[in-house]
Design a protein around this ligand. Structure first.
Ligand SMILES: [Zn+2]
Length: 337
């Protein structure tokens, strides 16, 4: 993603662009600022601008990547041999071996690009020993390599590392900027984007996270519905219970999404109840932590009823997908269970 396509941070991006154009980029630098504002994108844009085969130029951005040449595209896809991205693995930390490996690779001249760029995302996830392993390289980087550390908690980096990396500060985006990214790149409708941006503290990452419903809450709501319907046939009470599936504030898109998440959770519990009713063992349960409560439910929901309920949930999800009103779907479902 070239500099000109990144939302916000115009001053910082113009600084980076100018430094590359004048060949005065420091060999190691730290991009610091809140998470989800575009630091990693900016680091990738630096790598592209260095290695672009047809760089562009404008008054604000003396040098920028074209975004379309073979080099730009390979960097964007993460397959350029001279652009190395290091990030935390499944353990949540950056291991010393990962850093030793890039230090080794950085000793050689770039294979095909003009400059090797090593991006260490969430650099604060490297332990002290791993950070120490980097020190010497940050102090005297190989001549054709640039190291970019990216961090939203730079204070967690060793003082010795910080002192070797000039710091570029990325501030939060404005709500309008967050909304623009949500509509342009994440398919949000205009008003949903504005609503999501309003609570996002200037971070696209946070706005996207809020789009994901709380799964624990969804499962609790689903459980409540099953426990009540197991012992209660009164339609009025059941309609009242439908609110457990739809309650919560938000835009229509969020309401729809929330109900869908709760319905999927309901489906998952019903599948487990079916397993228990068919005398399956706990190893087969998706919600094994709820086994004793599911056992209790299985006494009211025998295999046939669990299966029927499961198909009802499935039909409700299809209806929701076809834009049926969440409230109507929830009411119908509760009467059918
Ligand atoms: Zn290019």
């Amino acid at each position: 993603m070239p500099f000109r396509t990144i939302t916000g941070h115009s001053r910082v991006l113009s600084l980076l662009s100018g430094a590359i154009a004048r060949d005065s980029m420091p060999p190691a630098l730290l991009m610091a600022g809140p998470s989800g504002v575009g630091k990693r994108l900016a680091a990738i844009a630096v790598a592209q601008t260095f290695n672009c085969l047809q760089p562009t130029s404008s008054a604000e951005l003396p040098r920028d990547a074209c975004g379309e040449c073979a080099s730009c595209r390979r960097i964007a896809r993460g397959v350029h041999p001279d652009v190395i991205l290091v990030e935390p693995g499944d353990s949540g930390s950056i291991k010393i071996e990962q850093l030793r490996d890039v230090i080794d690779r950085a000793q050689y001249r770039p294979f095909e690009g003009k400059r090797r760029v090593v991006i260490i995302d969430q650099a604060d996830a490297a332990g002290e020993d791993a950070q120490s392993a980097l020190l010497k390289t940050l102090e005297e980087p190989p001549s054709a390599s640039t190291f970019i550390l990216v961090s939203s908690i730079p204070d967690a980096l060793l003082q010795t590392v910080l002192s070797r990396c000039p710091r570029l500060r990325f501030g939060p985006l404005t709500p309008a900027e967050v909304a623009r990214v949500l509509t342009a790149e994440h398919g949000y409708a205009e008003h949903d984007a504005r609503a999501a941006a309003a609570d996002a503290d200037g971070s696209v990452g946070r706005a996207l996270e809020a789009g994901g419903e709380d799964l624990t809450e969804a499962r609790e709501a689903a459980q409540r519905v099953l426990e009540e319907t197991a012992r209660n046939d009164d339609p009025v009470r059941r309609i009242g219970l439908a609110r457990a599936l739809t309650e919560g504030k938000g835009t229509p898109a969020e309401e729809r999404n929330r109900l869908a998440v709760r319905l999927r959770s309901l489906g998952s519990l019903l599948r487990d109840i079916g397993v228990l009713a068919g005398h399956g063992g706990p190893a087969m349960l998706a919600n094994a932590d709820l086994e004793s409560r599911l056992e209790k439910l299985a006494s009211s929901y025998d295999a046939a009823r669990a299966l029927h309920a499961y198909t009802v949930v499935d039909r409700a999800l299809v209806a929701l997908d076809r834009n049926a009103s969440p409230k109507v779907v929830a009411d119908w479902l509760l009467l059918e269970l």
